[in-house]
Design a protein around this ligand. Structure first.
Ligand code: GUN
Length: 284
């Protein structure tokens, strides 16, 4: 069994990003990321902090707009409009989930698609589905980079994606399909999940359910990508896979923490630099 070391690969990518930032700065461009955080969910606040810290380390300018839970949709839209117009901002990220009274679709569609470094705007979703260049959501993008690093080619593989969210499952399935895998997408209404996972050469799971994927649901030598992040009552972070019992059975597995999580941050930085490198083109 080989561990897919996301921490190590993310450090490599972050060093490359830092190098790219230095080169952009020689052209007078400092990449900028605006992060919008609404409310006081501790997990969201922690993610935003990690993203800001990673930007700083890479030389990317970042600004966090922190707003109370009660803020109106129009106020959020005003901030986005301001950031869309700000020539020093290359990426705009609205941390999800948003409070119930806010229409997430309206917010995401207000972001200039050319600054949509999360890849959640329907323009980028559509481009990625069509196999065109566009911003790829950071988490599935990170998984694809991790597979590439370990020479795991999805082509022709039976891959079970467990979870069908817009942020993880759907873009994950799309990227794997575009890489010529046979993709089976499972979700909360799937009957007999085990039947699907047992048939898979690769399982990608990200639903937020502790120990969802157990030993008897995984075929020998399968590849396991655990995108889940769950905090146990004792403070320990675990994924969606019963790691202790599954790990010995598979050929490759991502640990939690240290697998997909760090890759997400690295790919967000990469998307921000990609946007900044097109700054002159956008200004024409
Ligand atoms: N919430 C959970 N994951 C993400 C992410 O990748 N981006 C944003 N903006 N919000 C999230």
């Amino acid at each position: 069994m080989t561990i897919l070391d996301g921490k190590k690969l993310s450090n490599k990518i972050r060093a490359e990003v830092k190098n790219d930032v230095t080169q952009l700065q020689e052209r007078g461009i400092t990449p900028g990321l605006a992060v919008v955080l609404v409310g006081s969910d501790p997990a969201s606040a922690a993610y935003v902090n990690m993203k800001s810290k990673a930007c700083k380390e890479a030389g990317i300018y970042s600004i966090a707009h922190e707003m109370p839970e009660t803020i109106s949709q129009d106020n959020i839209l005003e901030i986005i409009t301001m950031m869309n117009k700000n020539p020093n901002i290359d990426g705009i990220l609205v941390q999800l989930p948003l409070p119930k009274h806010i229409d997430t679709t309206v917010i995401l569609e207000a972001i200039d698609p050319k600054k949509d470094v999360d890849g959640f705007h329907p323009y980028n979703v559509g481009r990625v589905v069509a196999g065109l260049d566009g911003f790829i959501p950071a988490t599935p993008y990170g998984v694809m980079e991790l597979l590439k690093e370990y020479n795991i080619d999805p082509q022709g593989k039976n891959i079970c994606v467990v979870g069908a969210s817009n942020i993880v499952g759907k873009p994950m399935a799309t990227l794997l399909l575009n890489a010529n895998a046979t993709v089976d997408i499972c979700h909360i209404y799937t009957d007999d999940l085990k039947k699907h996972t047992l048939a898979a050469d690769i399982i990608c799971v990200g639903v937020g359910v502790v120990n969802l994927i157990k030993e008897d649901m995984v075929k020998d030598d399968a590849i396991i990508i655990d995108i889940g992040i769950n905090r146990l009552d004792n403070g320990k972070l675990v994924g969606d896979v019963d790691y202790a019992n599954v790990a010995d059975k598979c050929s490759y597995i991502t640990p939690v923490p240290g697998g997909v999580g760090p890759m997400t941050i690295a790919m967000l930085l990469k998307n921000t630099v990609k946007s900044a490198s097109k700054r002159e083109v956008k200004e024409l």
